[in-house]
Design a protein around this ligand. Structure first.
Ligand code: UD1
Length: 419
């Protein structure tokens, strides 16, 4: 299994191009199942999760072509409505094929998902929404078996809490349903807007994406289109926060600071100086150390759970004591004991973590446990004195494109080593 070897303690200077958003690309790729015409995507990140989804889509009959971050998906015919366990368990986003398969073919058998080990992550909201739209759903041997004897019909769906996946899934299915669907308490993430914009170009009638009420008027068919995936705000935020851990100055290109929502304010409060440019922004640290800042993770535009680990990696060497409250996922502090191995002072109590900043971390062997946790270890390693060896690094390649290359170009000493 590959490891990452990092020699820390260097300030980082240079440009980092930000990739297309993983969480948007994965959903928009699935939208290719909704039309028999080609869907041409630009700015698709080359990531393990994207490769995994390509495999799943290919076995549903999607023809895939393209290179250099361009990907065309063409679903002339759906050749299988079964999404097998082996392909779905590794990545939760693949569960979202269920709605489009149902909408287009009237039946589907999709394995219950897996994904990062960050809590139980059920799919009950997805299933309730599809049921409200007329799907008959049974659970059998770890599979969801669904059919729509009379086709999907529009419904008024009020989510009991905000779910990105359930909002996207229902929005896609509703595009081809009969009549109007109204989603209340919908997620407002930029990736929802990106998906909606792509679907609208495909002929869907969607209003209100980006607000908490989304209205979809079903159409008979969707067409192909060309769409550019929006920049990855989590990658953007992680590299910006990295400057808080290492010092130096990074210029993040092909991105937009406004995508960061509340995270921008928290970074600035912590002492990062952000200067917007036409194609992104520059970020540098105001002093020798960041200041302690308290955060609470919330649905967008609140502080994103996917940047909680990165923020902690910045706080472990900040001046003062900060508190972090994780309200979205249970069990999302697996990076805390690993950061502690490097000298961080963190105590975790349920959904709350208290971080008392120390002046410097010391490199150590650590274990990556999930995608976002892995990045926090990279950040901590780059800020620490001496060598850090990160084990189980494959998690990182699910979400960070060309990580070592981007960081090495800015002066980081980071190398992937195979055993
Ligand atoms: C997406 C993102 C993930 C991010 C998360 C929250 C992708 C591929 N992944 O995940 O990176 O961390 O949004 O911003 O886009 N829940 C239920 N029942 C459901 C659905 C969700 O209880 O049917 C719970 C989850 O367990 C979690 C919360 O709702 O506690 C929010 O999850 P959700 O917004 O659905 O996250 P994902 O779409 O899985």
């Amino acid at each position: 299994m590959d490891k990452l070897a990092i020699i820390g303690g260097r300030e980082l200077y240079g440009d980092i191009p930000i990739s297309g958003a993983k969480n948007s690309a994965l959903k928009i790729m699935v939208a290719a199942l909704l039309t028999d015409e080609p869907l041409a995507l630009k700015n698709v990140p080359e990531l393990a999760d994207v490769a995994m989804l390509k495999k799943l889509l290919a076995q549903h009959g999607v023809q895939l072509s393209g290179q250099d971050n361009q990907l065309t998906l063409h679903t002339k015919n759906i050749t299988s409505t079964i999404a097998p366990y082996d392909l779905v368990r590794k990545m939760r986003a693949s569960f979202n094929v269920l709605g489009p398969l149902l909408a287009r073919e009237g039946n589907a058998k999709v394995s219950l998902p897996g994904g990062c080990a960050i809590g139980s992550r059920p799919v009950d909201l997805h299933l309730k929404a599809l049921t409200a739209m007329g799907a008959q759903i049974d659970l059998e041997d770890g599979y969801v078996i669904a059919s729509t004897p009379n086709g999907l019909t529009g419904a008024s769906i009020s989510f009991p809490f905000v779910s990105v996946g359930a909002t996207e899934h229902t929005m896609m299915a509703a595009c081809l349903a009969k009549g109007q669907t109204v989603l209340k308490n919908a997620a407002r993430e930029p990736e929802i807007i990106d998906l909606a914009q792509c679907l609208i170009k495909m002929g869907a009638k969607i209003d209100g994406a980006g607000t908490s009420t989304i209205t979809i008027d079903g159409v008979d068919r969707l067409n192909g289109t060309t769409h550019q995936i929006l920049p990855d705000r989590i990658e953007t935020g992680a590299y910006a926060m990295l400057v808080g851990a290492t010092g130096g100055e990074l210029r993040l290109r092909d991105t937009d600071i406004t995508l960061l929502g509340a995270a921008q304010g928290s970074m600035e409060e912590a002492g990062l100086i952000i200067t917007p440019h036409d194609d992104g922004f520059s970020v540098r640290r105001e002093g020798e150390r960041c200041r302690a800042v308290n955060i609470v993770t919330e649905p967008y535009p609140g502080f994103p759970t996917d940047l909680q680990a990165s923020f902690m990696a910045m706080m472990v060497t900040a001046e003062g004591t900060s508190t972090i409250k994780e309200t979205i996922f249970e069990n999302r502090y697996m990076h805390a004991p690993e950061l502690s191995r490097m000298g961080a002072k963190i105590s975790v109590d349920g959904q709350n973590a208290t971080v008392t900043g120390v002046s410097r971390l010391k490199g150590a062997p650590v274990m990556a446990t999930d995608l976002r946790a892995s990045m926090s270890l990279v950040m901590a390693g780059l800020g620490a004195e001496g060598q850090t060896m990160i084990n189980r690094v494959y998690h990182l390649y699910r979400g960070f494109e060309r990580l070592e290359q981007k960081l090495s170009n800015c002066g980081a000493l980071i190398k992937r080593v195979s055993e």
